[in-house]
Design a protein around this ligand. Structure first.
Ligand SMILES: [Zn+2]
Length: 471
């Protein structure tokens, strides 16, 4: 993906500083917390003692770093992630003697602590954090335009890998699960994933996507289950006017026909056949990041869609997209990463609802200003951060994290002939866009599902599901 092509040129970027940037101004407010020794210790934060502590501190622009600042503010307002950092819970995960890399998580947590302890009138320099993210992902070295979604992917991946509770990954199982009913197969695939990837970061952001491929010749259906960190939604083309987020989600989950050169091989027909493919959500994540695919790439030139996508601030009900009956898939919006301008020159900001006050603010690099919730929706919205509504809703009286007992059995029993015997060959072709934002690391293919536009088919993205979890 051509990140540079869809990045930003900050209109508000200050003059570039030489390396070693950051925090040198007269109002530098990047006090160094104690650097981590062999064993990390928890800084003492007394949030209650300050009336000004609201997470309303801005981030300095280091030169084209608005994409980073926008994402950092969205994450800073992610309640559970904020608590994980501010209450130093992350230290428990980092304090493992066999762990070798801890700097990214440490700097990220320090930065969030600064954002929640500095006076609102100050702006914090993210330069030390930047040093670590570019060490983890060298593509972020320098001050080039970058894409906020790609940055989010890399950042979450890096944080996850440093606090992964799995220190020695077991060998990936090669056992075929195709004989299992879909629901059980999905559950087993999730279990396998968690045997290798298990962190607080993943607990928040990772869901599971189900893709179903059905042969039009013999009716055979194969399924694949893949974890996802966000969903990239295509924006429907309409002549004029607005579209809704539900329109985008319906297009994303719409049945696609794979024909012509796209034909997969059906293992039952033993031949390439016309098939239909469909996505559904098997497991809903606590935090759902929806990426509006405003940037389309056509060879060299990249264009941007400025379509106004109307999205709800409350009660985004995704139950119709669940792979099986699920009574708990209602989300509330708490942050938006916006991109204004064009592909050649643009600027990122964030709108965030404070997990403390519930008030919305605009985060524009170092400037933080109150805003009305009625202004949150706009045609600049690029990444939407939704939080799963409290399980105490009447729809899901049990709440909790029961991963083994799906509710609502019978509402969506697999149609005859669909359960079991998936075709691995077909499944493998079902998601042609698998690929790479991750660093090359064995066994991470599952995470790589990326949105791809391929020969007219919007393989928008990816990844997946289980409402089993919550319902
Ligand atoms: Zn077939």
């Amino acid at each position: 993906m051509s990140a540079a092509a869809r990045g930003s040129t900050c209109k508000t970027a200050p003059p570039l500083r030489a390396r070693g940037w950051g925090g040198t101004g007269s109002r530098a407010t990047s006090p160094r917390l104690p650097s981590p020794g062999p064993r990390l210790t928890a800084p003492v934060l007394s949030l209650q003692n300050s009336k000004t502590v609201q997470g309303l501190t801005g981030l300095r622009n280091l030169g084209n770093t608005c994409f980073m600042n926008s994402i950092l503010q969205c994450l800073s307002n992610t309640r559970e992630l904020r608590d994980y950092c501010l209450q130093s819970q992350y230290l428990r995960d980092l304090n493992n003697t066999s762990r070798t890399h801890t700097a990214l998580m440490s700097e990220f947590a320090k930065l969030l602590q600064l954002l929640w302890t500095s006076p609102p009138s100050d702006a914090v320099s993210p330069s030390e954090f930047k040093t670590q993210i570019q060490r983890y992902a060298p593509r972020f070295v320098g001050y080039n335009q970058q894409d906020a979604q790609e940055f989010l992917r890399f950042l979450l991946d890096g944080l996850h890998s440093e606090v992964n509770r799995v220190l020695v990954r077991p060998r990936a199982s090669a056992d075929n699960l195709d004989h299992l009913p879909d629901e059980e197969k999905g559950r087993q695939m999730w279990r396998r994933y968690q045997e290798r990837e298990d962190s607080r970061i993943g607990d928040l952001f990772v869901g599971q996507l189900k893709s179903s491929l059905t042969c039009s010749e013999c009716g055979y259906c194969s399924t694949a289950f893949d974890p996802f960190w966000d969903l990239s939604l295509p924006i429907p083309k309409k002549g004029y006017g607005e579209v809704t987020l539900m329109d985008c989600l319906r297009l994303f989950t719409k049945e696609d026909v794979l024909d012509g050169n796209e034909k997969p091989t059906c293992c039952r027909c033993k031949a390439r056949t016309r098939c239909t493919k469909k996505f559904s959500i098997q497991k809903f994540p606590k935090i759902l990041v929806l990426h509006l695919k405003r940037f389309s790439e056509a060879r060299i030139r990249t264009s941007k869609l400025t379509t106004f996508v109307n999205f709800p601030l409350k009660d985004l009900d995704l139950r119709e997209f669940a792979a099986q009956s699920c009574n708990h898939a209602v989300y509330n919006l708490y942050a938006v990463s916006n991109h204004s301008g064009t592909t050649m020159g643009g600027h990122y900001t964030a709108y965030c609802r404070s997990p403390v006050s519930g008030e919305w603010h605009t985060f524009n690099d170092s400037r933080v200003t109150p805003m009305s919730s009625s202004h949150v929706r706009g045609s600049d919205a690029y990444l939407l951060f939704y939080e799963l509504a409290s399980p105490s809703s009447p729809w899901c009286p049990r709440g909790g994290e029961d991963r083994t007992t799906p509710r609502g059995a019978g509402a969506q029993a697999p149609p005859p002939g669909r359960e079991g015997k998936a075709a691995p060959g077909m499944a493998a072709r079902a998601v042609p866009g698998i690929g790479g934002a991750r660093r090359g690391r064995a066994g991470t293919e599952e995470l790589e599902l990326r949105p791809r536009r391929r020969q007219g088919l919007a393989f928008s993205f990816v990844s997946s599901l289980w409402c089993v979890i919550k319902c």
